[in-house]
Design a protein around this ligand. Structure first.
Ligand SMILES: NC(=O)c1ccc[n+]([C@@H]2O[C@H](COP(=O)([O-])OP(=O)(O)OC[C@H]3O[C@@H](n4cnc5c(N)ncnc54)[C@H](OP(=O)(O)O)[C@@H]3O)[C@@H](O)[C@H]2O)c1
Length: 352
């Protein structure tokens, strides 16, 4: 079965997706019986569209050579918004454009437009979820459509899948995680003697830093993620502004060294818990023992621990794979796309 994807944003994540479709497209066809085709790809200068599917390699070349996919042989300079969605005629919108936490654009308009056109949605950008979570989910469910967003919450840790599948029926009391790779990379680099600025630069070179690194270092990105996970697992309706937030700018090399001498590490911990008064969430630097599931992590590794009854604490952690952040995030976008295709009955049966 051909599945058409409309992709908005062709930066680290969008290009990662094109790279992976080139790498694994044939495998997915054989293994799952689905041909994932990019029927439209948009960046700031315009878009490329083809219902037969755009060749990922030639898209990457056009982007590299001309700086925009609209220079592709199927490119249309200035094509955006509703016109883009109409022409791409996709089954699924993959939203991977840069975002913000003021108005969530351009993602919010693309997501609403996609739902109006009966497209399912897979999100890499967090703005829409951090500002409009419940509205978005209700809109999709009214229309019988799916919104998947595992890439937004500390990809590639399968936090949402654990909560949704492995912990169904159990009580989740709280969860805490290292949900932001950039700040973790900076703290690890500072522990190893680098300056704060060097740590930020390393994260940018790895393709894991947000375009505007203040979103990472001041804890906004982690706050968005903890709100999104809390909304998903607790059925809460938190917005990013409801999360108490302290970033890592105040963490000093002396504090990191002192923690280490006591067998601990300072991590930017994001935590949410269900209390009698409702769901509360916060982000702040905290000390964790070096043998703790989160305290032992290094580099840009991420992880989450769910505190549950009666199963106890369940942790999932992912060590850096060596692939760029864009590739790892794109892999989790594909995970959502393939799971969505399976839920819809588009994949062939008896395949995993
Ligand atoms: N990088 C990661 O590992 C990661 C992880 C999780 C989530 N995310 C989220 O995923 C999204 C993409 O991240 P990224 O690292 O790929 O960012 P990026 O490298 O900065 O790329 C952003 C892309 O969005 C495009 N864009 C901006 N405004 C647009 C508009 N109005 N219409 C169409 N395209 C537009 C940009 O176009 P131009 O190319 O023309 O500038 C660019 O291609 C972000 O929202 C980010 O927060 C990223």
């Amino acid at each position: 079965l051909d599945i058409r994807l409309a992709l908005t944003g062709f930066g680290n994540v969008g290009q990662g997706l094109a790279t992976l479709l080139d790498r694994y497209g044939d495998t997915y066809l054989k293994r799952y019986g689905v041909a994932l085709r990019l029927s439209g790809v948009a960046d700031r200068a315009g878009a490329a569209v083809s219902l037969a599917g755009l060749d990922p390699v030639s898209l990457l070349e056009a982007k590299e050579q001309a700086g925009t996919v609209s220079a592709h042989s199927s490119g249309v300079p200035g094509l955006h918004g509703s016109d883009f969605l109409d022409r791409a005629q996709a089954h699924i919108l993959v939203e991977a454009a840069s975002t913000n936490f003021d108005d969530a654009e351009p993602g919010w308009s693309y997501v609403c437009g996609a739902l109006e056109r009966k497209m399912d949605v897979v999100l890499a950008s967090k703005g829409s979820l951090a500002l409009h979570f419940r509205e978005l989910m209700e809109n999709a469910s009214r229309r019988g459509l799916q919104v998947q967003y595992s890439a937004t919450v500390g990809a590639p840790v399968p936090s949402l899948q654990i909560a949704d599948r492995a912990l169904i029926g159990s009580e989740i009391l709280a969860f805490e995680g290292i949900l932001n790779g950039t700040t973790h990379q900076v703290l690890t680099a500072m522990t190893q003697g680098s300056s704060y600025d060097e740590g930020v630069r390393q994260a940018q070179e790895m393709g894991i830093a947000e375009t505007d690194p203040t979103l990472d270092v001041d804890g906004w990105d982690a706050a968005a993620k903890v709100a999104i996970v809390a909304n998903s697992v607790f059925g809460a309706d938190l917005r990013i502004g409801d999360v108490d937030r302290v970033g890592i700018r105040g963490v000093t090399a002396a504090e990191l060294a002192q923690a280490r001498e006591s067998g601990e590490a300072i991590k930017l911990i994001a935590r949410a818990e269900r209390t009698e008064a409702g769901v509360t969430a916060w982000v702040r630097p905290e000390r964790r023992p070096l043998d703790d599931p989160l305290g032992r992590l290094r580099g840009d590794a991420m992880g989450i621990v769910f505190f549950t009854r009666p199963l106890g604490a369940i942790a999932a952690t992912v060590d850096p794979s060596g692939e760029s952040g864009g590739i790892s995030t794109a892999m989790t976008v594909l995970r959502d796309v393939l799971n969505l295709a399976r839920d819809r009955g588009w994949t062939e049966p008896h395949q995993t």
